[in-house]
Write a protein that binds this ligand. Sequence first.
Ligand SMILES: NC(=O)c1ccc[n+]([C@@H]2O[C@H](COP(=O)([O-])OP(=O)(O)OC[C@H]3O[C@@H](n4cnc5c(N)ncnc54)[C@H](OP(=O)(O)O)[C@@H]3O)[C@@H](O)[C@H]2O)c1
Length: 254
Amino acid sequence: MTAQPQQEFTGKVVVVTGAGSGIGRAAARAFAGAGARVLGVGRRRHALDETAADRPAIAVHTADLRDPEAPRQVADAAVERWGRVDVLVNNAGATRMMPLDQTTAADVEDLFALNVTAPSLLARAALPHLRRTGGTILNVSSTYGHRPLPHAAHYAASKAAIEQLTRSWALELAADGVRVNAVAPGPTESEALAAAGLPEADVEALKREEAARIPLGRRGEPEEVAAWILRLADPAAAWLTGQVLAVDGGLALT
Ligand SMILES: NC(=O)c1ccc[n+]([C@@H]2O[C@H](COP(=O)([O-])OP(=O)(O)OC[C@H]3O[C@@H](n4cnc5c(N)ncnc54)[C@H](OP(=O)(O)O)[C@@H]3O)[C@@H](O)[C@H]2O)c1
């Protein structure tokens, strides 16, 4: 007799932002593999379609989450389709080089619109549904949410903000039975460095340098971060809230 794969998210509805690549794609596929119905959100339709290919449990929704109207439309799309939301994964995010002597109001606002405001408005839009289902919010921070990052200080600041939102919302929503946790990945294979506009040669050099600094000796794979997003969202983690879990090959210890 073959063992059935574990389906701990059967009947659950999960919203994953940034599902067209990297950690978000891995998380969307892992939730679908664990029985959930998943709404994958991002700007590029073709990238989302690739995430959902051959996975009927994944539906896609294109949106630029910097648009203040988008978060409500995302929550509505999930509820119109499936009638509930159990898990919100605030994964979409961007990194940007921003030396202080080149920092502009527009660049700070743009970065925070995606990394801080959008997760806030998504959590707000999903909240009535999460209260109903006793659901959970998973935020994606970074090693640099709790470490300094010269030349990209506003990325670090935006992730520090998401960690404080995680702890504050955890207390604010505990009485509603809504749990809020975060993962803080270390350097992980994804499109993030290319999306930040770094030349390919710089990306390769940076990857080598990062791998050398990580105690376990390598960068992470998106699936290795996604696995912990699922564990923290799992109903079996019912007594865990307000935590930021470093998934980083030991980088935070150095
Ligand atoms: N990779 C790492 O080393 C690392 C380390 C620590 C933390 N993180 C965090 O992990 C999260 C996922 O990043 P990743 O590494 O998987 O990078 P990624 O491959 O660049 O994924 C980011 C995703 O966000 C989506 N996105 C970007 N801007 C958006 C917008 N305005 N509206 C809607 N969606 C948008 C992108 O899709 P579209 O372009 O199609 O919109 C993309 O699929 C981010 O929050 C990042 O800060 C990554």
